[in-house]
Write a protein that binds this ligand. Structure first.
Ligand code: ZN
Length: 439
């Protein structure tokens, strides 16, 4: 059966015609048009008025078509720890509950929780994620089963010696699992400056540059992280990473970036570091509000991420976009602080840019991979539609996600997952979690 489906997946002659969608291509500010989209060979072949036959034709006359979302910072398999000990006072206290659990994890735990996480991504219109976690080859396996694309973090904590060990031990396993599959790439994912030494960052930046990877790391998430860094190194986390040559050695995307000085923002801007905004996690752990408006003014590319399901506590990019918009409004005390289109950019093309995938995904235009989400507007919470950008950011939720394509392959149809047995993923994840608690 598997073989049969994989033949279908790679059937290059397959064409899909999406008819009469309200297309938001994300190529031109606040532009949308009623249009058809032809998908061929997994790519967007044409946009416009298209007549003729395709292998499949979808009536999208009540749908908004957007590039499917990019979750630029998550820990997919942390779905395991959803709603677990999440009323801690702050990030450090919460991590002290999480780290002992992580010491007990095994391959099977990561596979099933990653599959569950993949289901949650697809159901919220997301087909690309950047991950940072352990035993990452299981996450590749699960994401491949789901049909989504992943930037897979080879995770580092500790010093340079530990980093060398992890590269030696885990890189071959990860490479073997990925093979020639261009839906996946390895990045260096160094946890943070409070769990990883300066020589770990220097070593992994060099390694990442040597294999064409990027650097994914948490930066300046809490006030405490910044205060400790200044006490220990005489530098802020951003200044420290810059002084180590990380930003000049390897393209970097930093998660959180909540507590930044003007100098930090200048450094991130001049080094072309992308920032991944995680508003739900930052609000939930009382970390603070990232100065995204200030960063935008300095030309910094800002993407969006859910962080893990244990600090959010979900992986819905629909919810994350809504939270990002509301937080920007409240922090700046003006509704025009971030327009709905700005938030959509963060969740699509900016995410693609942060991960170096902007030539392949992030917009709907001919030649790009057909990563497309169709959002149903024929529902109570979307009527009347009026402004489609506001409708997506402020009115819609996961139940409006009707159809999702990744590289032309349909992963969700009328809200139903096509590649994942959802009941099995739920049951297995529950079983794994109960087992972990007994270990
Ligand atoms: Zn994180």
């Amino acid at each position: 059966m598997e073989a049969f489906f994989s033949i279908l997946r790679y059937n290059s002659a397959m064409t899909t015609l999406i008819k009469n969608a309200l297309v938001i291509p994300m190529t031109e500010r606040e532009h949308y048009e009623k249009s058809d989209i032809l998908i061929k060979d997994g790519k967007i072949e044409r946009i416009g008025t298209i007549d003729g036959k395709a292998d499949e034709t979808i009536d999208a006359s009540s749908m908004i078509a957007l590039p499917s979302f990019v979750n630029a910072h998550t820990h997919l398999s942390m779905t395991l720890m959803r709603n677990y000990k999440d009323t801690c006072e702050n990030l450090q206290d919460w991590l002290s509950e999480i780290f002992p659990i992580e010491d007990k994890l095994c391959d099977e735990d990561i596979y099933w929780s990653s599959l569950l996480g993949s289901a949650e991504l697809i159901e919220s219109g997301c087909t690309t994620f950047a991950d940072m976690y352990f035993f990452a080859w299981n996450t590749v396996k699960a994401a491949r089963k789901a049909g989504i694309r992943g930037i897979i973090g080879q995770t580092f904590m500790g010093d340079a010696e530990d980093a060398e060990h992890r590269i030696r031990e885990y890189e071959p396993r990860l490479r073997e699992e990925i093979g020639n599959d261009d839906m996946f790439r390895i990045d260096a994912a160094v946890h943070a400056i409070y769990t990883s030494t300066p020589d770990c960052y220097a070593k992994t930046a060099e390694w990442a540059a040597s294999i064409g990877a990027r650097m994914n790391t948490h930066i300046a998430e809490t006030r405490k992280e910044v205060d400790d860094s200044i006490r220990k190194y005489g530098k802020s986390p951003v200044e420290l990473l810059d002084s180590l040559g990380v930003f000049s050695t390897v393209p970097t995307y930093g998660a959180h970036c909540v507590h930044l000085s003007d100098n930090d923002i200048d450094i991130l801007s001049s080094r072309s570091v992308s920032v991944v905004h995680n508003p739900s996690s930052n609000m939930k752990l009382a970390s603070g509000a990232a100065p995204i408006m200030k960063m935008r003014k300095k030309g910094i590319n800002i993407a969006l991420g859910t962080d893990g399901a244990s600090s959010n506590n979900n992986l819905s990019m629909m919810k994350e976009m809504n939270t990002a918009a509301l937080l920007a409004t409240l922090s700046e005390m003006t509704p025009s602080a971030a327009r709905p289109y700005d938030i959509l950019e963060m969740a699509t093309i900016n995410g693609a840019r942060a991960l170096g995938l902007e030539d392949r995904i992030g917009t709907i235009e001919p030649g790009k991979d057909a990563d497309i989400v169709l959002i149903n507007t024929d529902d109570v919470n979307m009527t009347p539609l009026n402004d489609p950008f506001s409708a997506v950011i402020f009115s819609s939720d996961r139940k409006n996600i009707d159809t999702v394509f990744c590289k032309g392959r349909k992963l969700l149809e009328k809200g139903n997952l096509l590649t994942i047995d959802k009941d099995e993923a739920i049951r297995k994840t529950n079983e794994r979690w109960q087992d972990i608690l007994r270990r």
